[in-house]
Design a protein around this ligand. Structure first.
Ligand code: PEP
Ligand code: MN
Length: 368
């Protein structure tokens, strides 16, 4: 076709040439099992470039013209990239919902087992288990760390748990998790959680972004803008790991009192519109108590339903077999005999969400 001057050029040359012309092309290389795939992002004034010409370059799998923020994770014009990924047999997408009920912090093997068993009995394959706890006070319990990992992973495998959300606060934690999974024969999978105190810990983000074995749950920073938190997610993706779930967990402001944080689940559809990430809600850390409304529902259940009816894709929620013995966040934990009730309430809210989507579709069809 001859029109495209870089036909046959290497990707490196493409990048250099684009820079000279004050256009920008960024190539990201991804290894799959079989082959090297390369995505090219065209940024800036790139109207004169035909996407097909760049797509025809050797080794280029996909070309995306990027005009907005969040280059890799954002939704862009004519962007057909997926809004889901699969990990260890579990789908994480903007169109489905997974519940991660579990312990805020691991304490005894008996409590871990009771939790996993209850989840298994209720058809659940995901959980949350805190081994590394970032605490406000240096004198508070910091989590059992790597010592608890082998039995947590073995018990997860025994009860069919496929994904454990587990916070990491340092890169050595990722290595310890990896070693413990290997040592126990990979009985389960782990979603690395980056907590609200580390949303802008850029070196941690880069490290976790460079590994692609484990997906990442990035919590929104509790005192920064949404844009800053979404850029933090972009750090993970720009390093190569696009398997990122974005977590809403409430904002620190006394406007939210008496809740621990100001519940921000109205942003579920906003994050889904701006990015291709599945969105998680954490009702436990948002509300922070077992306070009950006059209608009989706990505030935790009310805000869970609010997030789910707005299209949330993942729920991270604290449960404990004996909340009075929990080492962290006992006052906000639900109990095991509330698990079936909680799941049913979630099912009702999800069904309502799906009906709302159908209604919106019918309305659009009528008015177009
Ligand atoms: C947690 O999920 O255990 C936690 C500490 O949450 P956050 O980072 O949102 O405070
Ligand atoms: Mn907690």
């Amino acid at each position: 076709m001859g029109g495209f001057p870089w036909q046959g050029a290497t990707l490196q040359a493409l990048e250099q040439r684009a820079d000279r012309q004050q256009q920008r092309a960024r190539a990201i290389r991804r290894h799959s099992d079989q082959q090297l795939l390369t995505d090219v992002y065209l940024i800036g004034k790139t109207a004169s470039l035909a996407l097909e010409d760049v797509a025809n370059l050797p080794a280029v799998e996909r070309v995306v013209r990027v005009s907005e923020e969040y280059r890799v994770l954002g939704r862009h014009r004519d962007d057909k990239r997926s809004t889901w990924f699969e990990y260890n047999g579990v789908r994480f997408g903007q169109d489905n919902l997974n519940v991660f009920a579990g312990l805020c912090a691991v304490n005894t093997p008996e409590h871990v087992e009771a939790m996993m068993k209850a989840l298994h009995e209720h058809g659940q394959v995901c959980t949350r288990m805190g081994a590394y706890k970032p605490r406000t006070s240096p004198y508070s319990f910091q989590g059992y760390g790597k010592a608890c990992l082998p039995y947590v992973f073995e018990l997860a495998g025994r009860y069919g748990i496929k994904v454990i959300a587990m916070e990491v606060t340092h890169e050595t934690h990722v290595e310890e998790i990896h070693a413990a999974l290997q040592q126990t024969g990979n009985p389960t999978g782990v979603m690395l959680q980056i907590g609200t105190r580390n949303t802008q810990n850029f070196e941690l983000l880069k490290f976790v972004g460079r590994q692609r074995e484990y997906p990442v749950l990035l919590k929104r920073g509790f005192g920064i803008t949404l844009e800053e938190s979404l850029n933090a997610a972009e750090y993970l993706a720009s390093e190569g790991n696009r398997n990122v779930v974005f977590g809403l967990r409430g904002m620190k402001t006394n406007m939210g009192d008496p809740h621990r944080n100001f519940v921000d689940f109205a942003h579920v559809p906003v994050v889904k519109r701006l990015t291709r990430m599945p969105v998680c809600i954490d009702p436990s850390h948002s509300v922070g108590s077992r306070d009950q409304a006059p209608d009989g529902l706990l505030d935790v259940m009310h805000v869970t339903a609010q997030g789910v009816i707005a299209g949330a894709n993942m729920i991270l929620v604290d449960f404990h077999p004996e909340p009075s013995k929990a080492l962290v966040d006992g006052p906000q934990a639900l109990t095991l005999d509330e698990l079936a009730y909680f799941l049913e309430d979630v099912r009702i809210a999800r069904e309502a969400y799906e009906k709302r989507c159908q209604l919106a579709g019918q309305h659009q069809a009528r008015s177009s």
